[in-house]
Ligand binder design. Sequence first.
Ligand code: DAH
Length: 339
Amino acid sequence: MKEKLEQIKAEALAQIESSGALERLNEIRVNYLGKKGELTQVLKGMKDVAPEERPKVGQMVNDARAVIEARLEEMRAGLAARAREEQLKSEVIDVTLPAKKLTVGHRHPNTVALEEVERIFVGMGYEVVEGPEVEYDYYNFQALNIPEGHPARDEQDTFYINDRIVLRSQTSSVQVRVMENQKPPIRILAPGRVFRSDEVDATHSPSFHQVEGLVIDKNITFADLKGTLGQMAKELFGEETKVKFRPHHFPFTEPSAEMDVSCFKCGGRGCRFCKGSGWIEILGCGMVHPNVLRMSGINPEEYSGFAFGMGLERIALLKYEIDDMRLLYENDERFLKQF
Ligand code: DAH
C-alpha cells in the first residue's frame, strides 16, 4: 500500500512538472484528486486494510494529497504569472504613434449670415421664433390674403402633402401664427426653410431659406419700416450703404415694396457685381394688409405694422461674393473651409 501511494505521488508530481499549461494542471488535479481520481481509489480500498493499519494509511493518503495539492498550486501560480507577463508584453501600447487629427467643423455661410441678421434684430428688441415647414395652406396662402385661385399662388408653386397641407413656400406663414397667439406689440424675426417647385440652377433651388420680420403696434408707419431696414443694411453691408424702395405688389402688404441696397462693391457707381446698376435687390416688404390683420384677430383701426422677407442664401452669396447657390448645398469641405 505504501509503495502504491509513493508511486502515485511520484507520478503525479512528475506530470505536474511537465504540465506546461493551466488546462493540463486541471486535468491532473481531476485524475489524481477528483472523485474518481487515483488517490480516492486508494481510500476506497481501505476495507481490505487491516483495521489497526487504517489510521496510518489514511494519514499517508492525506499527506500525499497535501503534497500534490501544494505542488499543483505552486505550478498554477507560476504559469498564471508567466501568462500575464506574456499578455502584457503583447499588448504594449506604442505611445509614440501620432494621434488621430481632430477636425473642427466650420459654420456654414448660411448660418454665419443668419446669426448676423439675428444679432442685428435682437439688438433692436426682436424675438426670434420658428414655425412649421409642413404647413396648412391656410397659413401659407389664405390668411396672407392669397385665396384659392389667386394668381400669386403661381409664383410660389410648392409641394403638396394633400389639399390642405403644403411644404411652406414662404416664412410669411409664421406672421399669421404669431398674430393669432400674441397680442401687439409684436416684434419677431422668423428664419426658416422654405420650398418651391423650382429647377436647380445657379440662383434657384427647390429648398432654400428665408428670414421674415414682423412688427405690429400702434402708430407703426412706413417710416419705421424704412428706418429699421436702412439700419439693417448698414450693419450688414457697411456704414456707407444706402437703401432704395421700389413699389411692388405682395398680396399681404399694402403698400408693398422691394428694397435695394447700394452696391457695396462699387459704392453705387455701377460694376459687374451689380450689373452696372449700382443697386442690389435684397428683400420684399410693406405695411401689413388690413385683411391680414383682421383675419388674425387684430383690429386694423387700432394697430398697424410692417413686414419684410428676405432670402438668406441671397444674403450669404452677396456677403461672400459666391456666384453659384449650388455651392452652398454641396457640402464640399474645400468650399466650406473658406468661411
Ligand atoms: N414672402 C415673400 C416672398 O417669399 C417675401 C415678403 C414680401 C415677405 C413682403 C414679407 C413682405 O413679409 O412684407 O416672396
